[in-house]
Design a protein around this ligand. Structure first.
Ligand SMILES: Cc1cc2nc3c(=O)[nH]c(=O)nc-3n(C[C@H](O)[C@H](O)[C@H](O)COP(=O)(O)OP(=O)(O)OC[C@H]3O[C@@H](n4cnc5c(N)ncnc54)[C@H](O)[C@@H]3O)c2cc1C
Length: 496
């Protein structure tokens, strides 16, 4: 099969040459060059887009990563780093002419310092394993993407991932102290510091969320927190989606910062209930899940205040978890929402945009209208407290035109996020998925600065090229296309 593909693409000589060079520094089991074994690497969680990599390298130590990067430099071969491949924006989508660099063998918790509340972990360690590893010490790692059972901390750093508890405890960038990374030029750099702050420019923040474009993460020092004495969840039902959106703004407006504040609409709760039986109110048009954590007194007080605000916002029913088991049950539905939606539709497309909380009700209304306009169902499951939307558009890739309609729906929704003062990335990154919308979000001079930053870290432009930051040429084409489609009234309007 490779032979046919290579003959068509003319990639065979390149594959052979790169593989031969790598074979001199890497053991046989660290290289996948041929056939079916390349298949699992063809896509990430955005499975609508696929490509077979030139080859896959799975190094086990820093010397082997250095060898891969050296070969990439010498042969001008692009490199796409990959953690667990759960990304939803195509960040780890391979390039046909590039090396797919899997960090799966970097799977050790190197050191835990309970006193300093820090842990040094390799990038392939899964998010959940960090918390499991330090649980006997009464500690945990706060950011908790719903994919935490599978996603890697290296991927979390590259995407600046969030999760249910990030409303109170911050995103990945707020919960890491250091990153050790390899540049394409062969340098190993330490970004951040063991102290509270690092001198000079904040390169740790710059690298966090850089989607594998600047360097390859080799180790992450994460900050750990003490487990709270108690956590309880309020589950509130609403007869109207917009009312639930307003209730979110009202909770935050009342000065409450819940440990998590999530929303699910009826389509989502129905899908979930059939799947995990979380005990959701199926009569409600939307439900809110709001968590409080702290001491018993703090939790009792905050729960009472949240209940009062939600009732005043029109909640039709309120339940509070009465045990740890019930709290986890309430969350189990939210955490399983994506796979649950996957059971009611052949395909789904998860969008990720952020908006000011006050615009939630308006955007949910417009989403409903778009769903009718494109003739596609849309389930809403999201980090409402952060204003981080995850509309899941349900489609069937086998029906001609449905994927294209889905893409148009997604593009319109992301542009709406910008229109109301939000952003096109909440936590899933830009990857290839939102690269056109970067042209709307940023001006040409801003994008030129992004390219300058990339060039400073990666002069030959070999790390994950074509992702996250569009070329100005691409933006010009996108602008012209939108003018032609009547989406922009005047050719001078786009800022590129
Ligand atoms: C069901 C489901 C639920 C999800 N829920 C959430 C959620 O609640 N919150 C959230 O934020 N995300 C969520 N995601 C998205 C995804 O899990 C995160 O983006 C996650 O951080 C990706 O980690 P990964 O190890 O799978 O990375 P990958 O998908 O392998 O890669 C993601 C990006 O990171 C880069 N990368 C990976 N490792 C390295 C490295 N060592 N050095 C440099 N670059 C690297 C890749 O090049 C790519 O650009 C969800 C995904 C799924 C499928």
């Amino acid at each position: 099969m490779n032979a046919v593909r290579d003959a068509e693409s003319g990639l065979a000589p390149r594959r052979e040459s790169v593989a031969r060079r790598l074979a001199s520094s890497l053991p046989t089991e660290a290289l996948i060059v041929e056939g079916e074994a390349l298949k699992p690497y063809e896509c990430d969680g955005l499975s609508a887009y696929r490509a077979t990599p030139l080859l896959v390298a799975i190094p086990a130590d820093e010397a082997q990563v250095a060898a891969v990067l050296a070969v990439a430099r010498e042969t001008a071969t692009p490199v796409v780093a990959r953690g667990s491949g759960t990304g939803l924006s195509g960040g780890a989508l391979p390039l046909a002419e590039g090396i797919l660099l899997s960090l799966a063998r970097f799977n050790r918790v190197v050191e835990v310092d309970a006193l300093a509340r820090r842990a040094r972990v390799q990038p392939g360690v899964t998010n959940l394993r960090i918390s499991q590893h330090v649980a006997p010490l009464g500690l945990y790692y706060a950011p908790d993407p719903s994919s935490q059972i599978a996603c890697s901390i290296g991927g979390n750093v590259a995407e600046n991932s969030g999760g249910v508890h990030c409303l109170k405890y911050g995103l990945t960038v707020h919960n890491i102290a250091k990153v050790r990374a390899a540049t394409i030029e062969g340098d190993v750099v330490d970004l951040g510091s063991d102290a509270l702050d690092a001198p000079g420019y904040d390169l740790l923040a710059l690298a966090t969320g850089s989607e594998g474009l600047l360097a390859v993460t080799l180790e992450v020092t994460v900050k750990l927190l003490a487990k709270p004495e108690l956590a309880q969840v309020v589950m509130a039902s609403f007869a109207d989606v917009q009312q639930a959106g307003d209730a979110v703004a009202a909770v935050i407006g009342a000065g409450i910062v819940p440990a998590g504040l999530e929303m699910m609409d009826k389509l989502a709760t129905r899908a979930v209930e059939d799947f995990v039986h979380a005990g959701y109110d199926l009569g409600a048009e939307a439900i809110l899940l709001a968590e409080s954590d702290g001491t018993r007194e703090e939790v009792a007080d905050e729960i009472a205040r949240m209940e009062a605000v939600m009732r005043a916002s029109g909640a039709t029913d309120i339940r509070v978890s009465t045990s740890e088991l019930e709290r986890l049950k309430f969350w189990s539905g939210r955490k399983a929402a994506f796979p649950a939606v996957g059971r009611i539709s052949p395909d789904y497309y998860c969008i990720d945009g952020s908006i000011p909380r006050g615009a939630l009700a308006h955007v949910l209304k417009r989403t409903e209208q778009m769903s009718a306009k494109y003739g596609l169902r849309c389930a809403n499951v999201f980090h409402a407290g952060d204003g981080n939307l995850h509309p899941l558009i349900l489609y069937d890739a086998n029906i001609p035109g449905e994927l294209e309609r889905t893409e148009a729906f997604a593009a319109e929704l992301l542009e709406l996020c910008i229109e109301v003062g939000g952003t096109i990335t909440g936590e899933h990154g830009v990857g290839i998925e939102k690269i056109n919308q970067m042209c709307t979000q940023f001006s040409a001079p801003e994008l030129a600065q992004f390219h300058a930053v990339k060039a400073a870290f990666d002069p030959p432009g070999l790390l994950n090229p074509g992702k996250a930051v569009p070329t100005l040429h691409r933006c010009a084409e996108y602008g012209a296309m939108r003018v032609k489609a009547g989406q922009l009234p005047h050719p001078e309007l786009p800022r590129f």
